[in-house]
Design a protein around this ligand. Structure first.
Ligand code: CS2
Ligand code: MG
Length: 402
C-alpha cells in the first residue's frame, strides 16, 4: 500500500487545529493531529516543507520504520514541533492500518483491557463557592473524577479559570496576554479550595488539581503535605519539569500522588522520573509525544515502575488525538485516567467521531481505524487565526511560568 498524497488541513473552529491527511493507492486515507497550541504553523510548515516530500511513495503499512526514519533521519532530534509532526504521520498510519484491516486501532494494540477509560473533566470558578458549584455540575453529568481550580484571592486572573462568561480556552487570539502570579497567595489558598471541594463531594469522588508548573520543589512539597487530608487523585505539574531531580524533594515530603508530562515530547523527558518512581502518572500526550508508537513504548516502560498513564486531553488537542489516546488507553494495562475537556459543538461538527462519554467513562468506539473524520468543507469556513498561550509575571514583574 503506497502513500500517494499527504496534505495539511489547518482550521480554527473556536480554536486552531492542524490535521494531516495521508492518502494511499488503495483508496484508504488516515488522519493525524499536528496541533501545537500557540505554534501551530511551525508544525504545519515542518510537515509541509520537510516531511511530506519524503512520504510520497513510502509503504503506508510500515509504521515503525516510518517513525524511525522521521525521528533519526532528521538528525536534529526531539522538541515539540518535530515530535508533533512525527505524531501526525504516526496517527494517520495507524488510522490507515485499522481501516485496511477493518478493525479499531485498540485491537492492533493488544485489544481492550477494560470496558472503558475513566475520564476527568475541569471544574472551575472565580472563587471557592463557584468552583464547588462547578464540581457539583460535572458530578451531575456523570463524571467520577473532577479537576478543581479557582481564582486565587489577590490575583487578578488565575490559571484554569475562564474570563467572565467565556468557556475556558488556553489560547487567546492576538498577541500573548500577561497575567500576574503569586505563589505565596496561591499556597495559602489552594488547601482551602480542595478542603471545601472534598467536603462538598464526600470521599469517593476522584479529585485532581493542576499547579501548572508554578512552584519550587520545596513549595510543592509543602502543598502536597497540606493536601494529603483531602486525598487527591493527583497534584499535577507541581514544578517545571526540566529538572527531573526536583521531584525527589517533593517525593521525600508527601504522599500526594504526582502527575507530570503534558509538555514532554520524548520518554527521555521522563525516564528519570519514572525509573526513580518520583511520579505516579505520566501525562505525555499522543500528539506532542511523537504518536501512538512511542507512547505505547513509554507506557510499557512506565508500567515496570508502577507508573500509570494520565494522557493530556485539553481542548487544544484535536479530536483525532482524543481518539488515539482512548484507543491506547483502552488497550494498555497501566492506564490511569484520561483528561476530557470536551471540545465545543462546532469543533465536534468539524471532526465527527465515534468516541463517546458514558457514566464517567469514554470508549473510542469500534469504527475501523481511529474513528474520526474531518468535514473539510466546514473546516474551510474557519481559517487559522494566530493565537497564543497567556504569559505570566510575578508581582515584581519577573517573568514566570504560566
Ligand atoms: C492544562 C492544559 O489540561 C491541562 O492540564 O495544563 O489546559 C494546558 O494549560 C493547555 O493544554 C496549554 O495549551
Ligand atoms: Mg495541566
Amino acid at each position: 500500500m503506497k502513500i500517494t498524497d499527504a496534505r495539511l488541513i489547518v482550521c480554527s473552529p473556536d480554536r486552531n487545529f492542524v490535521t494531516l491527511r495521508i492518502d494511499t493507492d488503495e483508496g484508504i486515507y488516515g488522519l493525524g493531529d499536528a496541533t501545537l497550541n500557540g505554534r501551530e504553523l511551525a508544525v504545519a510548515s515542518y510537515l509541509q516543507e520537510h516531511v511530506v516530500p519524503c512520504l510520497i511513495g513510502r509503504d503506508a503499512s510500515m509504521i515503525e520504520d516510518t517513525w524511525q526514519f522521521l525521528y533519526r533521519g532528521a538528525y536534529w532530534r526531539r522538541g515539540p514541533v518535530t515530535m508533533s509532526a512525527i505524531a501526525a504521520v504516526d496517527m494517520a498510519l495507524w488510522d490507515i492500518k485499522g481501516k485496511a484491516l477493518n478493525t479499531p486501532v485498540y485491537n492492533l494494540l493488544g485489544g481492550a483491557s477494560r470496558q472503558g477509560c475513566m475520564v476527568y473533566t475541569h471544574a472551575n470558578g472565580a472563587d471557592i463557592a463557584e468552583a464547588v458549584d462547578s464540581v457539583q455540575k460535572h458530578l451531575a453529568e456523570g463524571y467520577l473524577a473532577i479537576r478543581a481550580q479557582a481564582g486565587v484571592p489577590g490575583i487578578a486572573s488565575s490559571y484554569g479559570v475562564p474570563k467572565a462568561g467565556k468557556p475556558y480556552e488556553p489560547a487567546e487570539r492576538g498577541l500573548p496576554s500577561e497575567s500576574v502570579w503569586s505563589s505565596e497567595r496561591y499556597l495559602r489558598f489552594a488547601p482551602k479550595l480542595m478542603e471545601a471541594v472534598r467536603a462538598s463531594v464526600g470521599p469517593d469522588v476522584h479529585l485532581l488539581h493542576d499547579v501548572h508548573h508554578r512552584l519550587t520543589p520545596i513549595q510543592a512539597a509543602r502543598l502536597g503535605k497540606e493536601l494529603e487530608p483531602h486525598d487527591l487523585f493527583w497534584m499535577e505539574d507541581p514544578v517545571p519539569a526540566e529538572l527531573q531531580e526536583g521531584f525527589r524533594t517533593i517525593r521525600q515530603h508527601t504522599t500526594t500522588p504526582l502527575a507530570v508530562g503534558e509538555v514532554f515530547n520524548s520518554i527521555y523527558d521522563a525516564h528519570e522520573l519514572i525509573r526513580n518512581q518520583w511520579i505516579d502518572y505520566l501525562r505525555m500526550t499522543v500528539v506532542h509525544g511523537g504518536g501512538i508508537t512511542p507512547l505505547k513504548k513509554a507506557a510499557d516502560f512506565a508500567a515496570f515502575y508502577h507508573v500509570k498513564t494520565g494522557f493530556h486531553g485539553a481542548t487544544d488537542l484535536s479530536p483525532v488525538t482524543m481518539a488515539a489516546a482512548l484507543h491506547l488507553g483502552l488497550a494498555i494495562h497501566n492506564f490511569g485516567i484520561q483528561e476530557h475537556m470536551p471540545h465545543t459543538a462546532l469543533t465536534d461538527e468539524v471532526f465527527p467521531h465515534s468516541y463517546r462519554f458514558e457514566a464517567g467513562y469514554m470508549h473510542p468506539g469500534d469504527a475501523p481505524g481511529l474513528g474520526v473524520e474531518i468535514d473539510e468543507t466546514l473546516a474551510a469556513k474557519y481559517p487559522y487565526q494566530r493565537a497564543y498561550l497567556p504569559t505570566a509575571r510575578l508581582l515584581d514583574g519577573t517573568v514566570t511560568d504560566w
